[in-house]
Structures are given as C-alpha cells and as structure tokens.
Design a protein around this ligand. Sequence first.
Ligand SMILES: [Fe+2]
Length: 397
Amino acid sequence: MTSNPELESGSLLDQFRETRSRTLELVKTLEKDDFVVQTAFFMSPPKWHIGHVSWIYEAIMSKIDKNYEFYSKEFSEYLNSYYQQFGVPHDKGLRGVVSRPTTDQIFQYFNTINQRVEKFIESKMLSKDAKKMIIMGFHHECQHQELLVYDLQHLLAEQYRPVKKKELPNPVNVEKKSKHIKGGIYTMGNNGNEFCYDIELPEHKVYLNDYKIDEFPITNQQYMEFIEDGGYDTYKYWLSDGWEKVKANKWNSPMYWEKIDGKWHVRDFSGIREINPNEPVCHVSYYEAEAYCKWAGKRLPTEAEWEKAACWNEEKQEKTTFPWGNESPDSDKCNLLESYFWRCSEIGTFPNGISKSGCQHMIGDVWEWTSSEFTGYQDSKQDLMNIMTNGLQIKKF
Ligand SMILES: [Fe+2]
C-alpha cells in the first residue's frame, strides 16, 4: 500500500475503498455460522474483525473531530480491543460467546462506517496529521486481514474457500547456504517519508558484530530432522518455560501437523496434504524456533541483524524499503496476501525478491522469529532514569 500523508482526498478514498473491499473479499464465502465462532482464546470470530476494523475509524474520527458521535456504546464496548481511553473493552477470550450484535448488524455497521469515513474524507479540510491517522486506519485494517487469515486457518483450514486463487510460480533449485554480513554501526528503524508505526521509530544506531545468516527460512525438511532426532524429547534444547509447555501440551510437531499412516501431514488452505519438505516451516512458537536453533548449533538473529540482512545495500551504503529495493512488492518478488497463492511458497520461488545481502523470502510467506524482545527503540533524545529493582533499602541495625 502506498501511504504518503500528502495524498489528495481522492486517492485517500481509493485506498480506503480498496482496503474495505479486500476485507469483504476474505469473508465472502463464509457461512453465517462461521462469523460467530471463536475456536481459541487467541483468535477472534470473523464478525469481530469486521466490526473492529470499522470501529477503529470511529476512534480515529473522534480524535480528529471532538464532536464526533460514536455509532453505539454497545458496539464500542464489544469492538474495542484494548484502548482503555474508549472504555473498558470486552474480554478478548470471550468474543465468541455473544450473539449480539448479530452478524447482520455488524455488516450494517461496516456499511454505515464506510459512508461516514467517505463523507469525513471528502468534507473536511484534513491536516497532514489527520490524513496520517486515517492512513493508519488502512494499515490497521490490513493487519487485521492478516489476522483474519490466520484465524480462518484455525477456524476452517481446508474447509475455507478463497474467492480468488492463483498458482505459485515454479521454484528454482537452490542450495541452503548462509551469507556473511559485515558488522559495524548500523542505523535501524524507519528512515523514509512513507507511513510507519510509532514502534518503528526512532531511527537509532546499534553495533553489530560480523555474522552469518541463512539465505532461506528454515524448511519443513530441516525441521523434520529436528523432530526425528528427538528434538521434542530432549530438554537441553529448550528454554525452561518452553520445556514446561512441551510437556504440559504434549507438543511433538508444529501446530496443524498430523501424522497419518506414519507420515507427517498438514491441514491448511490447500487441504490435508503431506508435508512439503521445501516450504518454510510455519506455525512454530518462539520456544520451538529457539529449540530448533539450539539443536542446529545456531541462534536466532536479533531484530537489527535481521533488518540489516533484509534491506541494507552495502555497496550504496543505504537502506531500502524492501529487500530488493524501493519498488512496491508484486507477485514476481514475494508471496503476500494480494498474490492470492493461499499457501507458502517453496524456497527458491522468488529469486527476484533477493535482498542485497543475498537473502530470499525475507518478506511474504511467513513471519520470522528474532531473539529481540518487543520493546521501544532506544531514543537518544530521551533522558534516562535509574530505578531500583528492589525499592526497599535494607535497614541497618
Ligand atoms: Fe486492532
């Protein structure tokens, strides 16, 4: 998505309509009963996503226009995810236990908000900051489209019928090697004029040692070797918390894997099929990714190491928006939702998406784990504070 805050209201409207129609496209083939069901505490019913992505525009409009009146208090409570400033949100794990608002009412709400947002964009003299907030609403909705897809995997898997489906290009033969990346001071974070979330800022310097990183994501074949070597039965590969989860939940493979007639199969949008050894392994938790690395004698990259391998051009000494450069993604370079492949691509499918460091599949297909915690970037302009881990001083007698 292009996301320049200087956009004219015409192109803002186009982006809005495009985003909304893709959301509807994702749920077009669902049965009405599918919209209400919550199959796990970590997923949300499709009905909730449809409502929530609409509610966010209400929250944004209320920030821009202090006189904005919300559609309904009841809807706001149900559709608020965790924004305390808008009231106490409905419990995330209990989004599937309420039948009201009904699915029809939620769609009616979706359409009403469409009209309100369109009128808002057309009728107001929007400041640069206001446009930026509305664009954030588009990105938020795109994020939820992604969440909706992984929730549909949990809800329906092979029973889900996408509206559009395309064939993946054939992969080229590849060798699984690693690339050497030169260390030094690296400036990480967003440096462009395009939209970014606050968590991608500020740009800041980090020191990296020289490192080597795999050219491709870990494949099912590689992960199966870990399983066959007793990876899930050997405590020494696991963090303590992870080992407890392995035992308590009887983990023995990634989520959605099933052993049928002695062979590993996966249940996903392509049906129930034998594991494809050349697809990246997915649906693994952080603990599993970490344990695999320990077994393989490697480690996860830090976020900075991953980012440098993904978008640093050593020759030009510059960072690019995407691994291949600054041109927008297309189906020739990576596997995104908009590519309509509806499955992971085998490694070597997108040689045109190669990063300047020589890594492939750095975007699309799967999210990748890093060892970095999710915390704010270091802001050199911010003052620091000393705070004791134990607030009580020992009293001397
Ligand atoms: Fe959200």
